[in-house]
Design a protein around this ligand. Structure first.
Ligand SMILES: Cc1cc2nc3c(=O)[nH]c(=O)nc-3n(C[C@H](O)[C@H](O)[C@H](O)COP(=O)(O)OP(=O)(O)OC[C@H]3O[C@@H](n4cnc5c(N)ncnc54)[C@H](O)[C@@H]3O)c2cc1C
Length: 427
């Protein structure tokens, strides 16, 4: 058919926020028809892990003004949500926003463009002679470009809990799975493993809808996320930031020097964090992950002020007790789950004789923390990647690619100041 340019076939593996944002961007920016296939087992696009919750107590941890899908129009989400700039909107609204943008982008794309949601998980992919994927169900696709947007995935259940062989009714490995917390009943006592944003969300959300639930919040460092300023202040322009100084130590020094204004200074660094990370060598990255990551997380990924207030109330009223300790041992006893805590334990749970630390718990959701701000490789490792000598997954630190420049070029205008890091690769 002369005159009609061939449709470019693009596959996106993962239809969470990142995959959906890539789809929106491609549909909006293309001047040729595009045949887009998003491989996402979840029913709805745009949700992924972060935005699948329908609990209105689970708020975005970034104010409305910071959540636009478009770097060139930072107010887009705020306008769409009809919110004030500093408002912290329920996370479910963000998935609605992304889906509405996707619908608009499909409608406005060049004639002949399609966007298909295939509800299948990709198990294998390769790049020769052109990109291809195979799903769990054995269906295969050949494409012109492939984008990986598989996210961080769910962390593993800690070894002591696995070793305990707890019945499935006693443990919630993924609190974000739809209905996962419906097993919690009035008056239950829960062990929350982790004290990050996920643990806080679980406690605040459950306390609001199930009476008398008590939480023992356990984490090795005992850190909980800081709160945003109330009222929220926008990030600063990074005065005094020396662009030549980029080591973790330089970042720390800069933040310390900003004193009371550390939140604004940290938020001001947001557009540069991907570049900073990429500039570090493997040893620096590993050292950062081992020693600083948790501190970075609790300062960088903060609670909405109203969530901080609700959480603080629970702590003050004794519904949440915080413990700084590792989980050493667990077993299933008639009265509940018994746990023994290890080093760094303080307070009444300290297991001086190996028994004093035992506590009965009836059910225990695992709250692994909100995850790391950098792309991790665990989802990608679950994919079998063939003919990919130019792409490899790095333990705990995302992907290594010898094609970085071509990758960016191939998937079009990647926004270095964009809201979301996209694990986007194209051949
Ligand atoms: C609880 C929580 C709250 C957060 N709140 C905020 C916030 O308020 N603001 C903010 O900016 N960021 C927030 N984040 C960070 C958040 O992770 C990112 O903003 C963004 O949602 C990440 O999206 P993603 O698409 O990269 O990953 P994910 O959300 O993990 O989505 C990845 C998708 O890929 C799919 N997938 C994985 N493997 C395959 C495969 N092999 N085949 C097919 N599909 C696959 C999965 O099913 C999943 O839907 C939050 C994160 C969490 C966990």
């Amino acid at each position: 058919m002369r005159g009609i340019p061939p449709r470019v076939r693009v596959g996106i593996v993962g239809g969470g926020a990142s995959g959906t944002l890539v789809a929106i961007r491609l549909l909006r920016d293309t001047s040729h028809p595009i045949d887009l296939t998003v491989f996402e087992p979840r029913e709805r696009l745009g949700e992924g892990i972060a935005y699948s919750t329908d609990d209105p107590h689970h708020l975005l941890n970034v104010p409305a003004r910071g959540m636009s899908a478009f770097v060139e129009d930072p107010d887009d989400f705020r306008r769409w949500a009809g919110a004030e700039a500093p408002a912290f909107v329920p996370r479910a609204r963000y998935a609605d926003y992304l889906r509405s943008l996707l619908g608009e982008a499909v409608a406005a794309a060049p004639v002949g463009s399609v966007c298909t949601h295939v509800r299948e998980r990709i198990t294998d992919l390769g790049y020769a002679p052109s990109p291809w994927v195979v799903t769990e169900q054995g269906h295969s696709w050949t494409l012109d470009h492939l984008v990986l947007a598989t996210g961080n995935g769910s962390p593993a259940v800690p070894e002591p809990l696995l070793a305990a062989g707890l019945p499935a009714s006693r443990i919630v490995p993924d609190p974000w799975r739809a209905g996962a917390l419906d097993v919690i009943a009035e008056g239950d006592r829960l062990l929350l493993v982790g004290s990050g944003l996920t643990a806080v969300d679980v406690a605040v959300g459950l306390a609001a809808r199930v009476r008398g639930v008590r939480f023992e919040m356990l984490s090795r460092r005992g850190l909980v996320p800081a709160s945003h300023d109330d009222p929220w202040q926008p990030g600063s322009e990074t005065p005094g930031w020396d662009t030549a100084a980029t080591s973790p130590r330089d970042v720390l020094r800069y933040l310390r020097a900003s004193g009371e204004g550390w939140r604004q200074a940290l938020d001001g660094l947001r557009p540069m964090t991907a570049e900073l990370w990429q500039a570090w060598d493997d040893r620096t990255k590993e050292a950062f992950q081992r020693h600083l990551m948790r501190y970075w997380d609790v300062h960088r990924h903060r609670m909405a002020p109203s969530v901080a207030v609700a959480f603080d109330r629970l702590v003050r009223a004794g519904y949440v007790r915080r413990h700084t300790a590792s989980l050493e041992f667990a077993n299933d006893a008639a009265a509940g789950i018994r746990v023994r805590l290890g080093r760094r334990s303080r307070g009444r749970w300290a297991p001086a004789d190996g028994h004093r630390g035992d506590r009965d718990q009836r059910r225990r959701p695992r709250c692994p923390g909100r995850g790391r701000p950098m792309v991790r490789g665990n989802q990608v490792r679950r994919l079998r990647m063939h003919e990919c000598d130019h792409v490899s997954s790095r333990r705990g630190a995302g992907l290594r690619s010898r094609l970085a420049r071509q990758v960016r070029h191939a998937i079009g205008p990647v926004q270095p100041r964009g809201q979301h890091a996209v694990a986007g690769l194209a051949a």
